[in-house]
Design a protein around this ligand. Sequence first.
Ligand SMILES: NC(=O)c1ccc[n+]([C@@H]2O[C@H](COP(=O)([O-])OP(=O)(O)OC[C@H]3O[C@@H](n4cnc5c(N)ncnc54)[C@H](OP(=O)(O)O)[C@@H]3O)[C@@H](O)[C@H]2O)c1
Length: 289
Amino acid sequence: MIFVTGATGNIGRALLDELRTHRDRHRDRHREGRRTDTVKALTRDPARAALPDGVVPVAGDLAEPESWKSALHGARSLFLPSLLGPDDRIVEAALEAGVEHIVLVSSITVQSHPHLGPAQENLAVERLVKASGADWTVLRPTQFASNSLMWAESIRAHEPVHAPYADIPLPTVHPADIAAVARVALTEPGHRGRTYALTGPEPVTARQQVGAIAAALGRDVPFVEVDRRDAYERMAAVFGADAADAVLDVTGGDPNDELLAVRDTVTRITGAPGRTFRQWAAENAALFR
Ligand SMILES: NC(=O)c1ccc[n+]([C@@H]2O[C@H](COP(=O)([O-])OP(=O)(O)OC[C@H]3O[C@@H](n4cnc5c(N)ncnc54)[C@H](OP(=O)(O)O)[C@@H]3O)[C@@H](O)[C@H]2O)c1
């Protein structure tokens, strides 16, 4: 059994789809009925989660592992995005349940900005998982294409997007590519004990992202570059004051080679080309209408 946390999130939803496609392909190839893993998905609200057919919902709050840990029994693998809950207690519950392999979503900032608080928190979770005694695979994605949803309200209201660092090119990753790598790590051999930095296939600036959303909508979306002080006010409202400076550093304020590098990890592991921001915008245009 594979136990998926963060199952209704940007990565989790795509991972459930990936696992279903994998199961269907596997079933077609092995008509004699070799079994694939059951997939269980944790969500606080199964009624709203709209999970794919065949996925077993587990109602529970990541914040309270004791309330759902019995559902982990029999799980071979755990998919765990870091810092959504008390990772130490979640890993402890997984070990008690006999989980062999943890696929952890950490962050590229562990290697690009190790001095920042959020990077240190992710590193601490990586260390916890690596020291747990279970096998592990660590994914370190860069910023997600879906972060542009923070502009959705302005775009839906036909107001300009305000963003800093308009022309810093970052290799934004499509969450479905993180999910595709996670699926391979969860179901195929050769990925235990590995740490993978994950990016999109090309750099894209904030201005270009807004341009791609505008193209997907078929209309202009005005863009206004703001300075760091103005951006800080906006970021602090979303992420809190402590995290706002770190978010600004890693979204363009303090770029470095580790943050800017385009990597081919997604293609090497999945065999498919990495998805572009344009593709993400086309798939998600309805969220900006
Ligand atoms: N965004 C970025 O640029 C970026 C970059 C690097 C790494 N990351 C990492 O990526 C991960 C976030 O992934 P994502 O974008 O796929 O997630 P997301 O879209 O933010 O979704 C969060 C998920 O976690 C679940 N969740 C949250 N709190 C919960 C709770 N108390 N109990 C149960 N479930 C809870 C939600 O499920 P329900 O609502 O259904 O319960 C939801 O499925 C984090 O580990 C983050 O550190 C993000």
